[in-house]
Design a protein around this ligand. Sequence first.
Ligand code: HEC
Ligand code: HEC
Ligand code: HEC
Ligand code: HEC
Ligand code: HEC
Length: 170
Amino acid sequence: MGRGILIALGVVVIVMLGIVIAGGTTRGPVEQPIPFPHDVHAGTHQIPCLYCHSSAERSISAGIPSMEVCAGCHLPGGVPLVAADSPAVRVLTAYWNAGEQIPWVRVHKLPDHARFPHMLHVVAGLECQECHGPVETMAVMEQVESLNMGWCIQCHRESDARTDCFVCHY
Ligand code: HEC
Ligand code: HEC
Ligand code: HEC
Ligand code: HEC
Ligand code: HEC
């Protein structure tokens, strides 16, 4: 084999490694059907993260709260109560009256070949903020970490969690 081919192969391998290590990007704010303020709920009013994302400690996904959870405070018994005059809460009331769930747009999303089990991380004692940043100060949700493979593996090495490929890949 000529040296040129070997060098070319080497370059391909280095580029591929670069893609694996640098893969994933942070995502800025996305347009939501209702502008939901985490700072007001989790900050000012100190509503615990698990009040709305209760499945984070028992299943793979953390889950987005259903309309019924919002209604429990904003529309108890179907009657507008908390912040009823705010334009955003009026949109909430309109969804409720139409009997519809709110079509939230997903912000964090790993590719299908990777799996991330929330419950194992929460049970291991990690705070939501270690991976999601200071959510209780966010007026608009933002992804603050790359969520790429290098990020996962770095913490797994530091915390003695497993790093074999099939732990995270299907
Ligand atoms: C009153 C209910 C409520 C509370 C309390 C709450 N959240 Fe949320 N959370 C939501 C809703 C609704 C969404 C979807 C809208 C959005 O992304 O802004 C969401 C979205 C998120 C997302 C992004 C989901 C995605 O699409 O990727 C993360 C991460 C998150 N919350 C973390 C937290 C953390 C951490 C806390 C506590 C500091 C918290 N939340 C407290 C209701 C809540
Ligand atoms: C545990 C009670 C509670 C739950 C559950 C809750 N909220 Fe709220 N929400 C509040 C309180 C308290 C305020 C602040 C009201 C104020 O400042 O007058 C608020 C404020 C808001 C505002 C801002 C209103 C404004 O314009 O200032 C929006 C929008 C909102 N909530 C939407 C939601 C949605 C959507 C859900 C469900 C995902 C939800 N809330 C769940 C208690 C709650
Ligand atoms: C070790 C890092 C880590 C911790 C700790 C963590 N998350 Fe996540 N979270 C992620 C990753 C990675 C994703 C994307 C998962 C995917 O796309 O499969 C995610 C996605 C989410 C989502 C949207 C998708 C879903 O799972 O429904 C919400 C909501 C969320 N996290 C909330 C929370 C809350 C609340 C806590 C604390 C109770 C928390 N997370 C703790 C890393 C973490
Ligand atoms: C901040 C630290 C941290 C980050 C970041 C992190 N993890 Fe973890 N992970 C842990 C810890 C701690 C455990 C629990 C280890 C245990 O219970 O033995 C764990 C466990 C796991 C497990 C279960 C392993 C098993 O033994 O079955 C999977 C799968 C996993 N993580 C995937 C991911 C993926 C995918 C990412 C990146 C998107 C990620 N983790 C990011 C700390 C982290
Ligand atoms: C702790 C979890 C974790 C472990 C362990 C892990 N990966 Fe990954 N890997 C991920 C995540 C999350 C992604 C998606 C984000 C990204 O592309 O960086 C990914 C992406 C990749 C990609 C990129 C695919 C693409 O679409 O670009 C390849 C290839 C890959 N992993 C191979 C491996 C191999 C081979 C191993 C074992 C040596 C391994 N992974 C171990 C979490 C992990």
